[in-house]
Design a protein around this ligand. Structure first.
Ligand code: VG1
Ligand code: CO
Length: 538
């Protein structure tokens, strides 16, 4: 039976860079989750009788919210929900399911790389019929709804059993439970040369994939071990846990340290990779080398042609503004389109839909293509494997030859986590106020707050990060995170270009040392935050 429940609005349901992310305890408040989902349904139009895709990264509270979402989908008139077994789907797999089955849209339950468990974070994100994150027009409309909502509709049916594949009905809604991995594995087989990769692995090439006790464990096991023949145990931490084993499921040098030490140290396998909580990020390491995500994007763009699904070439490449300019050089050489967008995958959707780009990525360990409308961790790993198998070279030599050909963009990101919101805003406002006076100092030729005009729908997005651009192309960028759940996180992105092959071998912190110091001084970092060093360096 359908019930209408009275409720009071919450004031804090504004989606950020990637959906609504809050502490689990916030979502656990009475009606909090229901209010947000109803606000979403109130904004959407014409979904009566249509299909909604549902799945999440398996973190604590995923199971409860999956039940709520299904009951509310039934009460609001959806015709069918396709849900991954156990309520699970990686973010890119959910995007694929939406597209493949022509769904109206999908709800993804995830806070990505944020900590899980009862004291960790939870998140809800809506993706549209193209499989991509809802654009700001929709997320802002949801926020507006959430501030005035007075009731929601929900079925009072008992919990639906989601642990076996099959179909059932609740209040007129068909619920189809599917294997979360199967369709995704089929898609990957259509894009990459699995035979070639299998041959590479058979010849003795070794790899490790860290599932970080998050969603990609089952995807990695099926694809790397079962389909590609990598040894059993290639996938580490491959069982998804509601608290990710107490770790940050964030594939970077800090949180995937064990894998990085093993592979970069040179005594482990030839290749290492990891993905995040919801499976959309990737980390790539080889013997003796860590591939920065910005370099990875450029290398993928330059070599995509090695892979089956991209063998006709790529239409263009886009990167988020803070991502290094390495990919731009590839686009120029290939004479293909190049775009610079604000941070967050939602800004790539229009470019992908319009066929203006094929490959895109972010410095935050996100890379992807037009195969879905999300960044895709396992896709990036397969792309690297396909390139390695095709070029028959190590990760290290592929990176070195890329730098020799295009130059090296030294790059680092310094995060200052959990600074007070006032301090972070003070620092950003301080910088904004002095932008005009910075031009001309220290060879700064441009100082602005980045804004983006979408070439497809004409929408304008402002205030996307402060940029200091130097005469030689070096850049310092300041942004506040839109995914954190406590205090503010200040991100400082620093880049400089080195064309001279004989000077490309430095450690990036060393190469960027003077810019790093300047970044602190110009922003009065110490004065505002009291910090002298970042919490995370990538
Ligand atoms: C961060 C990254 C951004 C990414 C976003 C979502 O956002 O910087 O590049 O798109 O996370 O990724 P922010 O606003 O905190 O800088 V995920 O894997 O957390 O969905
Ligand atoms: Co993620």
């Amino acid at each position: 039976m359908i019930k209408t429940v009275s409720t009071n609005p919450f004031t804090d349901q504004r989606p950020g860079t990637s959906g609504l992310r809050k502490k689990v305890t916030v979502f656990e408040q009475e009606n909090y989750t229901e209010n947000f989902i109803q606000s979403l349904f109130n904004v959407l139009e014409g979904f009566n009788g249509k299909t909604l895709v549902l799945g999440g990264d398996g973190r604590f509270y995923n199971d409860r919210v999956a039940q709520i979402a299904i009951r509310m989908a039934a009460a609001n008139g959806f015709g069918r929900v396709i849900v991954g077994r156990g309520g699970l789907l990686s973010t890119p797999a959910a995007s694929n399911i939406i597209r493949k089955y022509g769904a109206y849209g999908g709800i993804i339950l995830s806070a990505s790389h944020n900590m899980g468990g009862p004291t960790g974070d939870f998140g809800i994100k809506y993706n549209g019929g193209n499989g991509g994150p809802a654009p700001e027009k929709i997320t802002e409309a949801i926020f507006a709804q959430s501030k005035t909502i007075s009731s929601y509709k929900i079925s009072d049916a008992p919990d639906i059993y989601l642990n076996t594949i099959g179909s059932s009905t609740v209040d007129g809604l068909t619920i189809e439970v599917i294997d979360p991995v199967a369709d995704y594995a089929t898609l990957m087989q259509s894009l990459f040369d699995f035979d070639l990769i299998r041959t590479l692995i058979k010849s003795g090439f070794t790899m490790k994939f860290d599932g970080m006790s998050a969603i990609t464990g089952p995807y990695g096991t099926r694809i790397f071990e079962d389909l590609l023949g990598a040894a059993k145990g290639t996938v580490m931490s491959g069982v998804p846990l509601p608290d990710f084993g107490g770790h940050h499921p964030d594939p970077n040098l800090v949180h995937a340290k064990e894998l990085c030490d093993l592979v970069i140290g040179g005594k482990g396998p030839d290749f290492g990779a990891a993905s995040d909580g919801d499976g959309d990020r990737n980390l790539i390491v080889g013997k003796g080398i860590y591939v920065t995500p910005s370099d990875s994007l450029a290398i993928i763009a330059a070599n995509a042609i090695c892979a089956l699904g991209y063998s006709k070439g790529i239409a263009g490449v886009a990167r988020s503004m803070p991502t290094s300019c390495a990919a731009d050089r590839v686009a120029q050489k290939l004479k293909i389109n190049q775009f610079e967008t604000p941070t967050g995958w939602k800004f790539f959707g229009n470019l992908l839909d319009a066929g203006l780009i094929t490959v895109c990525g972010e410095e935050s360990f996100g890379t992807g293509s037009n195969h879905v409308r999300e960044k895709d961790g396992v896709w990036a790993v397969l792309m690297w494997l396909n390139i390695l198998a095709h070029r028959k070279q190590s990760v290290h030599s592929i990176v070195l030859s890329h730098w020799a050909e295009y130059g090296r963009n030294y790059y680092t990101r310094h995060d200052y986590e959990e600074v007070s919101t006032d301090a972070a805003n003070g620092l950003m406002n301080g910088l904004r106020g002095k932008l005009p006076t910075l031009i001309g100092q220290n060879n700064i030729v441009k100082a602005d707050d980045f804004s983006y005009d979408d070439p497809v729908d004409g929408s304008r997005t402002e205030g996307q990060g402060i940029r200091l651009i130097f005469e030689n192309g070096s850049r310092i960028i300041y942004r506040l995170s839109g995914t954190g759940t406590s205090g503010a996180t200040l991100r400082i992105y620093i880049e400089s270009y080195e064309a001279d092959n004989s000077k490309q071998g430095l450690d990036s912190q060393t190469a960027l040392a003077s810019l790093i110091t300047m970044a602190s001084n110009v922003s009065d970092l110490g004065k505002f935050t009291g910090r002298t060093s970042p919490t995370v360096i990538t």
